[in-house]
Design a binder for this molecule. Sequence first.
Ligand code: A2R
Length: 309
Amino acid sequence: MPDLLMIGGATPAMMERLEAAFTIHRLADTDLGAVGDKITHVATNGHDGVKPEIMASLPNLKMISCYGVGYDAIDTVEANKRGVMVTHTPNVLNAEVATTAVLLMLACYREVLRDDAYVRSGQWEKQGNAPLTRSADDQIVGILGLGRIGQAIADKLAPWGTKILYHSRSKKDVSYTYYDNLTNMARDADVLICITPGGPSTNKIVNAEVIEALGPEGTLINVSRGSVVDETALIDALQSGKLGWAGLDVFEAEPHVPEALSNLPNTVLLPHVGSGTVETRAAMGALTVDNLLQHLENGTVKTPVPECQ
Ligand code: A2R
């Protein structure tokens, strides 16, 4: 059986199918100096990716299958140069990540964490009704990255009477208002939702200027990559009142989250669970394995990353 290097975890359903087709080497238990030249396939995820030194120790690598849509932790330029196919799991997680974005937005507007604490601490009984919150209906939402997931977010927000603005590299054939300048969009929006890929072209694209343009009544939602937002500028703006609220599923140095963010009352923080439901992870896992098995069978794949198409 061909040899597969496993970076990070996999579900039992994935393992069952992989073990039937490959000899599995788990990164933590493997001496790549000894077996690196046997490895032809890698299964990894968007967070761990494939570190350059690992890629360099696999001279006969043919394919990398990434469990996740974001693949900024994999050097696709180097992979292409070496003729290594890279796949990811687009589309099957669109609805779930969109749910997470809307969940964070609603949690910020309706102060879900504050009011939950109000009930649990007994304050409701002692002090009476909780302070009022803001309505999430009829807001203006700017989507940074109107791709597959961005569109799913716009669709999920439609019943809330939301007006959608968007910024991406290119204008799309949609009825929403396009902005070629992110700061200008942030100025006109109540909420900015980040859902671009990570990597150099989006690194800290949401900077102090964009955050301040969103303003004291504004809400920033990030379900893309921590690298997309300047976290230091974000903390400063949330502390000083230059930005109203932030709902974050991703952070610059995951799983480390700055204490300053955890200490703020105007944040809702999730541990990178945008696609993290049993159903969606099962679909992502199945596609990750489908790509590997199809590649073994006939050298083709279902969902190559754009650079490998
Ligand atoms: O290339 P365009 O014009 O279609 O815009 C894409 C946009 N985008 C950017 N927007 C502004 N500045 C950039 N430097 C930039 N780079 C890319 O992000 C497109 O509208 C969107 C990405 O859409 P998709 O490729 O369909 O990705 P999908 O499946 O929506 O996932 C987005 C990301 C993943 O890469 C993960 O990092 C995360 O969501 O879970």
